[in-house]
Design a protein. Structure first.
Length: 241
């Protein structure tokens, strides 16, 4: 309750961000997962406020990694027999958060499991498979991005294929995101997936995706349902706050 109240006061500007971080930093390592979810779960929003402020953003990431690493080390990547479902859900959330904090160990483990998932069924259990692909796609270099594209091209399930092409558009690397935008205007991803790819690029590279859509208005319009166009283009700019 205290965490929620201080966070609410911070969000509306009645208390400095540091007040919430001071309270979160007091969370003991053996606190319940519910408390960890209440403290750590709000950090991504704070990082969003610091977008463009690399120095303070990196400091907040380092602060949060130091707090969360012992928790993830204790939980591990593998569910234990008889473990409650909420623990596995928190594990997935924590892994995703650590990846978003650019934690080297988490990124390396996700890449290791991605490389092994076709030969080792234990590498990517169902509860983590999409998460592992998401982490790898977001932090991809050109070799990994090409490997994901090849996986998408060869995928037989239409739903999984759509997911993989959308993940290609989540790359943090600006050049790869640009390639995803260009790919979205081809026939390869499929009509309905193209609009989703451009929207996904906008999540990380808002200006670039919006400018691309405006520069290719007719081509993008052909990929968007007529009843959605009035919402689609403004929606690309929704992460520009």
């Amino acid at each position: 309750g205290a965490l929620a109240d201080v966070n609410a006061m911070t969000i509306v500007g009645h208390q400095p961000m540091g007040d919430f971080l001071n309270l979160a930093s007091a969370t003991p390592d053996d606190a319940s997962l519910q408390v960890w979810m209440a403290s750590a779960g709000r950090i991504p929003a704070y990082l969003g406020f610091l977008k463009g402020d690399e120095e303070r953003s990196n400091k907040l990431k380092a602060f949060t990694r130091a707090k969360l690493s012992p928790v993830l080390n204790r939980l591990g990547w593998t569910a234990k027999p008889g473990e409650p479902a909420y623990v596995d859900n928190f594990r997935a959330s924590l892994i995703g958060m650590m990846a978003g904090l650019d934690d080297p160990a988490t990124l390396a483990e996700a890449k290791r499991r991605f490389a092994a998932m076709d030969t080792d069924p234990e590498a990517a259990p169902a509860s983590l498979r999409i998460l592992i692909l998401s982490i790898v796609a977001h932090s991809a270099d050109e070799t990994t991005w090409n490997a994901l594209r090849l996986r998408a091209q060869n995928e037989k399930s239409a739903m999984v294929k759509d997911n993989l092409y959308t993940l290609l558009a989540s790359a943090k690397d600006k050049n790869l995101a640009k390639r995803a935008l260009e790919l979205a205007l081809t026939e390869e991803p499929g009509l309905t997936t193209s609009a989703s790819m451009i929207r996904t690029v906008a999540g990380e590279h808002t200006d670039m995706a919006f400018d691309f859509a405006m520069a290719n208005l007719a081509a993008v319009n052909s990929k968007v349902d007529a009843t959605s166009r009035s919402r689609y283009f403004p929606g690309l700019a929704s992460n520009a706050n």
